[in-house]
Design a protein around this ligand. Sequence first.
Ligand SMILES: [Zn+2]
Length: 188
Amino acid sequence: MKIVPIPVLDNNYSYLVIDTGSGRAAVVDPSDPVAVQAAIEEEGVTLEAILCTHKHWDHSGGNAELRQRHGACKVYGSALDAVPELTNPLGDKEKVTVGCLTFEALATPGHTVGHTAFVLDAGPFGGPPCLFSGDLLFLAGCGRLFEGSPETMLASLDAAVSLGEDTLLWPGERHPPQNPLPHPQTAR
Ligand SMILES: [Zn+2]
């Protein structure tokens, strides 16, 4: 398997996760469809799934265009979160399979009511678990509490912390949001 980080916008990461054996791939939080499409073409893979952590445009802005380009591609995320183009609503602990890749949804509300992180089981490939944390957890901070209480956010962070010590963190943004906040406060 292979994970390709795609820097997008000013501060975000999308991730192209590839089952190299079959050439099937999933993308996490494709905000910029042009950048993501370029990575798909460079890697020569088939996009089968969009894993969308939450509704904000800087994580979901490419869902519609990528769905148009890749007819069989499904969009996974929480039904609580108005994810654009959602085709496959996920509950906590539900799994998504793409080729030999298995992801588990981790309900992590607080930043938004339906925020969902994704945990890739890289065990079959001899790797550690990989947490795609969206706007739950950054490298030095966490996402803003737009739609949840501090208690809700803490419970979600505890869910992330309860993953194995060897878990690799693949955050949705490169650094904690600064003030003034260039964040989609106008998002639904
Ligand atoms: Zn957000």
